[in-house]
Write a protein that binds this ligand. Structure first.
Ligand SMILES: *Cc1c(COP(=O)(O)O)cnc(C)c1O
Length: 395
């Protein structure tokens, strides 16, 4: 049966695509080797540098974020290389599995899924590695399975404090354009991202931001690679072209997204996400439920993962909420499957959309018989009423 009104896609990616971007994507596909394409390609490549905050290199692939993970590894590594990864959650675990699958030797620093990566433990491990066998440190910026943010600048400091030459590789697939990220200032060597989270696009584009150091280093590595080879991109990219067919229509959308982010101002975008995260946590506290991220200051503005009380099913709750209120919430992944649900509050999102989302969650909790206190949506509203968005000058 038809459900009236708009569906609420409140999973932490894909996020809802704004009309402006849908319209841009709906333009006619052009010849990607013809004269008109150069401006599209150049704007996308240069524009993404302003989002990553880098003056170094950006590569764009027609793939999901997983492809850009692989690109980061196969360009910088040789078979059997050691990489140090930190278990922030499900996505860190998947990246770790990929590293093993393609023939690397990843070492996984165990985590409890309740916070970001811990720089002091990374530093301690690197200090032990006196022969410099570890070639890269890989960390997830915004762990989408748990709703925690890793302190990337501090991970860089930890690597430097250990006097270790390892590259710093960061997955900011769900952090970029939602949570503060500064590629050059923080000394990141490779950042992996994707189109369908903070960038507000449909799935299908992925990114590598790459430092001069990593690009140069990639000339000496021997991992087999073809589709993902950065050095095949460099030549055509210089004039706005790609070595194979790019995702032309998604690039139209990307250029619109870059404009939208700068019209609002990136600092305003980050403040908006942080404020919505805080309001959501106020709701969770009022419900008497627990936020999965347990480390203060590391909570994500992108999503909030909420633990359901012992003996209750988060998935049954999500199914009830979808059925009755037409809202999709994120599921718990692997270790926390059926134990948490995730509220996405990212992308093209405002106060009233958050209020509708939290109302849907609260009505769903009641409908599904999850023990909770009423008044969560009210608590979020109080937070929104009493905090105004800080306004930074647009760019
Ligand atoms: C979404 C996501 C991925 C996976 O990206 P796909 O586009 O699904 O391949 C990896 N890491 C993080 C942190 C993500 O949020």
């Amino acid at each position: 049966m038809r459900q009236a009104g708009r569906h609420f896609l409140q999973i932490p990616g894909p996020s809802a695509v704004p009309d402006r971007i849908l319209k841009a994507i709906g333009q006619q596909t052009i010849d990607h080797r013809g004269p008109d394409f150069a401006a599209v390609g150049q704007k996308a490549l240069e524009g993404m540098k302003t989002i990553f905050k880098t003056k170094q290199h950006v590569f764009i692939f027609p793939s999901s974020g997983t492809g850009a993970w692989e690109a980061a590894l196969v360009n910088t590594m040789s078979p059997g290389d050691k990489v140090l990864m930190f278990e922030t959650g499900h996505f860190a675990t998947l990246w770790n599995k990929m590293a093993r699958k393609i023939g690397l030797e990843p070492e996984f620093l165990e985590g409890d899924w309740r916070g970001g990566a811990e720089p002091d433990r990374i530093e301690a491990r690197l200090r032990e590695d006196t022969n410099h066998e570890i070639k890269a440190v890989c960390v997830v910026h915004n762990e989408t399975s748990t709703g925690s943010v890793s302190p990337i600048a501090d991970v860089r400091k930890a690597i430097d404090a250990a006097g270790h030459p390892a590259l710093l590789m960061v997955d900011s697939i769900s952090g970029l354009a939602s949570v503060d990220f500064r590629f050059d200032e923080w000394g990141v060597d490779v950042c992996v991202s994707g189109s369908q989270k903070g960038l507000m696009l449909p799935p299908g584009l992925s990114f590598n931001a790459v430092s001069d150091k990593a690009l140069e280093y990639a000339k000496s590595t021997t991992m087999p690679r073809s589709y993902w080879d950065w050095h095949d991109m460099v030549g055509p990219n210089a004039t706005g072209y790609f070595p194979y067919t790019p995702g032309t229509n998604l690039l139209y959308g990307l250029n619109e997204a870059i404009d939208m982010l700068h019209e609002e101002g990136l600092d305003n975008v980050f403040a908006r996400h942080a404020r919505h995260g805080a309001a959501t946590r106020a709701a969770v506290r009022a419900w008497g439920l627990e936020v999965l991220c347990a480390r203060q200051g590391e909570e994500s503005g992108v999503l909030t993962a909420v633990l359901v009380p012992h003996g209750h099913s988060a998935d049954a709750f999500r199914a009830t909420t979808l059925k009755h209120y037409d809202i999709s919430l994120g599921n718990g992944l692997s270790k926390v499957a059926d134990k948490v649900f995730r509220i996405g509050h990212l992308g093209d999102f405002n106060d009233l959309m958050l209020m509708a989302t939290l109302s849907g969650v609260e009505m769903g909790l009641a409908k599904a018989g999850i023990p909770h206190n009423a008044g969560g949506a009210q608590a979020a509203m109080e937070h929104l009423k009493h905090t105004t968005e800080e306004r930074f000058a647009a760019e």
